[in-house]
Design a protein around this ligand. Sequence first.
Ligand SMILES: *Cc1c(COP(=O)(O)O)cnc(C)c1O
Length: 464
Amino acid sequence: MNMITNHLPTAELQALDAAHHMHPFTENEGLAKKGARVITRAKGVWITDSEGHDILDGMAGLWCVAIGYGREELAEVAARQMRELPFYNTFFQTTHVPAIALANKLAELAPGDLNHVFFAGGGSEANDTNIRMVRHYWALKGQPERNILISRKNAYHGSTVGSGSLGGMSGMHAQGGMPIPDIHHINQPNWYAEGGDMDPGAFGLARARELEEAIERHGPDRVGAFIAEPIQGAGGVIIPPATYWPEIQRICDKYGILLIADEVICGFGRTGNWFGSQTLGIKPHIMTVAKGLSSGYAPIGASIVCDEVAQTIARDEFNHGYTYSGHPVAAAVALENLRIIEEEGIVAHVRDVAGPYLKQKWEALAEHPLVGEASISGLMGSIALTPDKASRAKFAGEEGTVGYICRERCFANNLVMRHVGDRMIIAPPLVITPAEIDTLVERARKSLDETLEKITAEGLLTAA
Ligand SMILES: *Cc1c(COP(=O)(O)O)cnc(C)c1O
């Protein structure tokens, strides 16, 4: 056994972590001074840290633990698969049962003619695949100049060079030479922050029409695809106005450009349907999936591809793949996860039980003096913090200061609720019960009260 265990004192684990572990999306020098919270075990919707706190995980890990922690079935399947066939590749005219079975299952679950699956190690890799697949598709159609992909500001599509370029996070683009050429970003349909005096419907239409303007600007014969999350996740759980997606769909259809729905968060029940595309009425040519695909128990992602694109790509050798494409252990775990979601009716639980229950409690938070908006779809929700509800004002101080304070209050109250700037977001495991939702919302409200108290005392409750 390895020498570093849960039973070492927390401070010792933190020191070793700080000495050797570079955390993603983290200012590591600051974290080293403070010490990372050490998570030691988890069960259901609860995570436990090395100090023995039981914390309600309002973020399902990183949006992924759909069926909750501690499901023995997945551990069993992984152990069995490791003993039988821990690895084999799918590059050189070979295949194996877990990859075959999972591809078939995904083709069955995915809507329309999304019948073909290209496996990846996670969502970032799957979106890199999508960039290359879309461009190669158009090349095979005799239109190689059709290599532009249009995405949106504040989108999150992953953190590799390709997927980070597709994403629209300015902080990411500022580092490491992104975006790569021929990826362009239009504005996001974030009515709360950017809608000004427009009504949400008109704003949704205006933002969708930016796609048409971008296509006309770059040339309809240059644009290959548009990519978007049905509901932006890491951007702050931004639910677009109802007018937005139908207009996007119309524009994609009109110009014959491929539509990629990044379902990495929305997929597998999060919004109360199997896929966010079904909730939002989107007909994509390609869906990106990961996260809930395995409930995070094993790293795996995929592109689920329509007949036309897959059959075109099949005509040529596609010089692309990952060592772990369709990894047998990850595929077996994903398959078992999907079996549990299906047999336990977890999508219906989100749609009919947990989703409506949380919605009612969550939207009531809009009455809190610090909350400008509380919105939710299925089990992904957000609240916008504001010093002035009527004008949806931002805080005068640096963006994210108040959100960070609120997040810290949540942790102190044993709730994981994340902040994106001054928006607080939740996406709990899909198996959360009404009683656990009560606890979640009580702790969120208490944390909001404490945040209001703290920022009032510190003079931060002023509008920009
Ligand atoms: C998390 C995420 C990704 C990236 O997935 P990784 O598994 O972290 O590579 C891509 N798209 C969306 C919408 C995501 O939320």
